[in-house]
Design a protein around this ligand. Structure first.
Ligand SMILES: Cc1ncc(COP(=O)(O)O)c(C=O)c1O
Length: 382
């Protein structure tokens, strides 16, 4: 059966070169980086060289990069320590963040009785900056803002420079979940005064189970996981050396080829939007995902003109046709597993229709888009 993988916002295929770098380390560098003998020192050197290279992409110091098991842990590390160790009494976030942030702040509220404020989102999924400013201006509590740089469901891009500057004005800390942007967009952290950031390797053709937190110097963050002195005391546990090298290699390829690969994937997204709009004129696009400047070039979220009783079947049928994509509608078939993001921004009527996220990578082709659009047209017309 023909298969098409259009779920790159969930995870990506690992690059060949990244696999080679990982297996090379597994074969040749099995020393524990904390050991003082030559085996340990060679592993340690790989970890530190990787950290330095990664820091270089964002114009920060190596000591500001802390390796974690992925984006979820990086978000938890920052949010939990900010409340526990930095005296944060109020977190400002939005209802359309990833659960790694939303469930963590819920938990922090229950554990520490901190205040949580949600910035208003517009029907197009954008964050209302005036409301953010009023939340910052009208509080005497020590605040942290946590807003994602690119929304993983609808692709909206946040102006992180604007938010970071605003946070500085009001003396609040700023954390951004940049899991969907690192490896896809350049970011100079000397120009953009973000305090904390979360990233994950498997979103940019790297391995699963590794990511990093950027923690700006002198913020005073403390560890979530206690034990050894690894990661400058900020994250105990033997470093996953092969994964860290894989992360570095994936990021190196991503940034070395950024312009070319961005143009290619952007071209695919535009082609998909044009083809789908022609094939199914009543299709609509959720959030700002049809706007190639205001949303990430890697994904599009479509709302299909299908009667509610046919909606569940349609999503099943895509899978039967070998098409991997992500279901994005909150309450088709009354399921409780729907999207909290779409529930926040869509009308009642659109919530009854199936919404699907298609996300692209360098490994996709226009032929695959032709196939998927053809299948969608047939299913919608059936
Ligand atoms: C925006 C966002 N944040 C956090 C995560 C979690 O990252 P990880 O899978 O590395 O824990 C994801 C991945 O699904 C994501 O898309």
């Amino acid at each position: 059966m023909k298969t098409v993988y259009f779920d790159n916002a969930a995870t990506t295929q690992i690059r060949e070169e990244v696999i080679a770098s990982i297996t090379g380390v597994m074969q040749n560098n099995y020393g524990n980086p904390s050991s003082s003998h030559s085996f340990g020192r060679s592993s340690k050197s790989l970890v530190e060289k990787s950290r330095k290279a990664i820091a270089g992409f964002f114009n920060v110091s190596a000591s500001e990069i802390i390796f974690t098991s992925g984006g979820t842990e990086a978000d938890n590390l920052v949010l939990r320590s900010a409340v526990r160790d930095l005296g944060i009494k109020e977190i400002i976030t939005s209802k359309i963040e990833h659960h790694a942030v939303l469930h963590t702040v819920d938990q922090l509220k229950a554990e520490h009785r901190i205040s949580i404020k949600y910035v208003k989102t517009e029907p197009d999924g954008s964050i209302n900056p005036l409301h953010l400013e009023s939340l910052l201006a009208n509080s005497s509590k020590k605040q942290l803002v946590s807003l994602m740089q690119v929304n993983n469901e609808i692709g909206n891009i946040l102006n992180v420079k604007g938010v970071a500057d605003m946070c500085k004005t009001y003396n609040a800390l700023f954390h951004t979940d940049a899991v969907q942007t690192i490896g896809h967009y350049n970011l100079d952290l000397q120009e953009v005064p973000i305090d904390f950031l979360a990233a994950s390797a498997h979103k940019f053709h790297g391995p699963k189970g590794v990511g990093f937190a950027f923690i700006r110097k002198h913020t005073g963050l403390k560890p979530l996981i206690h034990g050894g002195e690894q990661e400058r005391g900020l994250r105990a546990g033997t470093e996953s050396v092969h994964n860290i090298v894989g992360l570095k290699t994936a990021l190196q390829y991503a940034y070395d080829n950024l312009e070319k690969e961005t143009a290619y994937i952007k071209g695919l997204k535009q082609y998909f939007i044009d083809k789908l709009s022609k094939a199914i004129p009543k299709v609509t696009f959720n959030g700002l995902s049809a706007d190639l400047e205001a949303s990430t070039y890697t994904l599009v979220n479509v709302c299909l003109p299908v009667a509610p009783e046919k909606a569940t079947m349609l999503l099943f049928q895509l899978d039967l046709k070998g098409i991997a994509c992500s279901k994005g509608s909150a309450c088709q078939s009354g399921s409780s597993e729907g999207s909290h993001v779409l529930a926040e921004i869509l009308s009642e009527e659109d919530m009854q229709k199936p919404s699907v996220r298609f996300s692209f990578s360098i490994y996709n082709t226009k032929d695959e888009i032709d196939y998927v659009v053809g299948v969608l047209k047939d299913l919608v017309e059936a």
